[in-house]
Design a protein around this ligand. Structure first.
Ligand code: SAH
Length: 213
């Protein structure tokens, strides 16, 4: 699918804001964001803003998606775990950059809708899972990269454990909506190093049981 005029405009805007990773920008070109937003917001699909999706959740701002993806420094052979599938947009971007993506969502409704969109785009290297992201996905661990797209007060212990040695996690950390920072966590020889990247606002990473719908 050819990128639209609006889509290319957004990508130029991201470039102007300092995002230059050509692989990431190419992936943003390959994924039509209009398929991932509610019908009511299609006209804003290529505005650089977060938008509401079902279940009171949001699809992240394109700048934040591109920034997080760039910082994740994904390589072709990597297996990536995403927590918080939401619309499936971030997972679709990642699918063009690595070998396989596992993405966990707690709302069945969102997982199903994301799965449908990925199928429509013939993306076959993303596995969507219903579950509690606080627990990660032990059957496929370790992961070279982990991206968390909901904010937690601290990095979930299970995710630190499931991060491969030499691996990297990008996660928004903060107790409230007002106090979150995007953090890069690198694991080397079992040692954990934190680097603060950017102030952000994400929906919370909710603990506990999966909601049945
Ligand atoms: N990455 C998404 C945006 C995510 S919004 C996109 O590209 O559209 C954050 C998502 O995290 C929401 O859908 C929310 O339901 C989900 N979430 C919150 N807590 C979770 C948990 N414990 N496990 C799995 N998903 C969770």
């Amino acid at each position: 699918m050819a990128a639209s005029h609006d889509q290319l405009g957004l990508i130029m805007q991201l470039r102007r804001r300092g995002l230059h990773d050509t692989h990431v920008l190419r992936a943003m070109e390959l994924v039509p964001r209009e398929l991932f937003v509610d019908k009511a917001f299609v006209d804003c699909a290529y505005s650089d803003t977060a938008l509401p999706i079902d279940c009171g959740q949001t699809i992240s701002q394109p700048y934040v998606v591109a920034f997080m993806t760039e910082k994740l420094a994904v390589e072709k052979h990597h297996k990536v775990l995403e927590i918080g599938t939401g619309s499936g947009y971030q997972a679709a971007i990642l699918s063009h950059l690595c070998r396989r993506v596992y993405t966990i969502e707690r709302y069945r409704e969102l997982q199903k809708a994301a799965e449908k969109r990925l199928q429509k785009l013939r993306i076959t290297n993303v596995t969507t899972i219903i579950g509690d992201g606080w627990l990660g996905w032990p059957p496929q661990a370790p992961f070279e990269r982990i991206i968390v797209t909901a904010a937690a007060p601290e990095p979930p212990a299970a995710l630190l454990e499931q991060l491969a040695d030499g691996g990297r996690m990008i996660i928004p950390l903060g107790e409230t909506r007002e106090t979150q920072a995007l953090v890069q966590i690198d694991k080397d020889d079992g040692q954990i190093e934190h680097t603060e990247l950017l102030p952000v606002r994400f929906v919370p990473l909710v603990r506990g049981r999966v909601k049945r719908r």
